[in-house]
Design a protein around this ligand. Structure first.
Ligand SMILES: Nc1nc2c(ncn2[C@@H]2O[C@H](COP(=O)(O)OP(=O)(O)OP(=O)(O)O)[C@@H](O)[C@H]2O)c(=O)[nH]1
Ligand SMILES: [Mg+2]
Length: 458
């Protein structure tokens, strides 16, 4: 038997199989999400098979009777590929392929396959290749057609043990190279993102297909690829977003999440998720029209926890309100008070979203008195640009500036040859609302604000 493993599932006919285990995720309509993934990958669905089992069968995951049904279904529909909703061991894949004579993919492989066709930037390509190779290493026996692309010409038949050993070493070497390249990308990215840290940054996160890119486009009039497919976006885009009554902040889009996202994939996408890691505020976009919205919100929380950013300030955005059932919206809102319902399509609720974001960002502001030399125009400009100047009091060659500024700039302001005294309470205005526990005095320093610290981004 020879099965072409090179092609993924594009334009093929696929049979979907799912086994419901007692502790595994349960969908109201089984295989819905898998079907979305398979269609996203460009395949046609020609059959579905679902089974409840206490435990997977070690040999073929399915029980004997169901395996026979599967064989018949594949033959009758002339399917090219079987896609499992569960993750399979290498032996199970081999046995299933032998029994059905067609290619078998599991959920992780399918996701990796979609990622590999969508990855656009150098960084996303590296991330996907690494995740794919790490996944395939223990599965090399059936991966040799894929490997032939890497190294040898076509026409290679099945690998002998020696060949396998060579392949394994090649893959391992490539993995080391990829990790090193990704590490470099990550460090560069960290520097890039940190360099724009004197702008408030907001990051869109959420389940795949929730409408993050559409929302980014709508809010910033940018040109970001948005499409009704899972994992339309694999690369982050950052745009300037002019918040009314606030000013410009940076808004970035990210790769969508999915339940049971392969851990390796999350690890490989670290550089892509750097924007979200350093953001001042996360906008968690959920598709309120999806019956599985609660599961999706939970799945996003667990990915955020895995990246270590689940403690960040987060605003839940209930998108696709135009398409959602009013009752469902009310249920979500009572479960998540403080969430904001919007429609990226009709534009409904975007004004409320903008106010909610402004308010959330204000939490990061403090009122302070900054005392500096009258001639320190640079610092004055900096305060005006990033905060709000409330009053100025001159005293000979010194000026005391009463202002409202983001907490995170305090260090930088103090470094600009100034004394900074943070007031304990602030009477909240447009930008205000920040509360500080006690008056903090930051010492003046000799370092004047450097040009780069003053640089504007975007
Ligand atoms: N009805 C309706 N559809 C929407 C809305 N917002 C987005 N969509 C549609 O939902 C689909 C997914 O939108 P995207 O913006 O690509 O979603 P995403 O979250 O960026 O998806 P990934 O990049 O795959 O993670 C597209 O077909 C959009 O047109 C909305 O408010 N209402
Ligand atoms: Mg997107």
């Amino acid at each position: 038997m020879e099965i072409d493993r090179k092609k993924g599932v594009h334009s093929e006919s696929a049979v979907l199989v799912g086994v419901q285990l007692p502790d595994s995720h349960e969908e109201s309509e089984p295989l819905t999400e898998l079907a979305g993934l398979v269609e996203s990958a460009g395949a046609e669905i020609v059959g579905r098979l679902h089974q409840r089992r206490e435990a997977p069968d070690p040999a073929a995951y399915l029980g004997k009777g169901k395996l026979e049904s599967l064989q018949q279904m594949v033959a009758a529909a002339e399917a090219d590929v079987i896609v499992f909703d569960n993750d399979l061991s290498p032996a199970q894949v081999r046995n299933l392929e032998q029994a059905t004579k067609v290619k078998v993919l599991d959920r992780t492989e399918l996701i990796l396959d979609i990622f590999s066709t969508r990855a656009q930037t150098h960084e996303a390509r590296l991330a996907v290749e690494l995740a794919q190779l790490e996944y395939s290493l223990p599965r090399l026996k059936r991966m040799w057609t894929h490997l032939s692309r890497l190294k040898m010409g076509v026409g290679m038949r099945g690998p002998g043990e020696k060949q396998l050993e060579t392949d394994r070493r090649l893959v391992e070497r490539r993995i080391v190279d990829l990790k090193r390249d990704l590490e470099k990308v990550l460090r560069r990215k960290e520097r890039e993102v940190a360099a724009r840290s004197d702008r408030m940054t907001v990051s869109l996160v959420g389940y795949t297909n929730a409408g993050k890119s559409t929302l980014l486009n709508r809010l910033t009039a940018g040109e970001v690829y948005a499409k009704d497919q899972l994992f339309a976006t694999l690369d982050t885009r950052t745009r300037r977003w002019r918040l009314p009554s606030w000013g410009p902040v940076l808004l970035s889009d990210t790769v969508g999440f999915i339940r049971d996202l392969p851990h390796r994939l999350i690890a490989s996408f670290k550089a892509t998720l750097e924007e979200a890691r350093q953001a001042d505020l996360l906008l968690h976009v959920a598709d309120a029209s999806n019956p599985a919205v609660f599961d999706q919100i939970k799945a996003v929380h667990s990915v955020l926890a895995e990246i270590g950013i689940d403690q960040k300030d987060t605003l839940l955005v209930l998108n696709k309100a135009d398409n959602a059932d009013d009752k469902q919206l009310a249920v979500i809102e009572s479960r998540y008070p403080g969430s904001v319902r919007v429609s990226a399509h009709t534009g409904d609720g975007l004004d409320r979203l903008e106010s909610a974001v402004s308010e959330a960002l204000s939490q990061g502001f403090v009122e302070a008195d900054v005392v500096t030399a009258v001639g320190n125009g640079k610092l004055f400009a900096y305060l005006a640009k990033h905060g709000e100047i409330l009053s100025r009091t001159f005293n000979e060659d010194r000026v005391a500036i009463h202002c409202r500024v983001p907490k995170k700039y305090l260090g930088r302001i103090a470094a600009g040859d100034a004394e900074v005294v943070v007031r304990t309470a602030s009477d909240s205005g447009v930008l205000g609302g920040g509360n500080v526990d006690g008056g903090i005095v930051l010492p003046a320093s000799d370092n004047a604000l450097s040009d780069s610290a003053m640089d504007d981004v975007a």
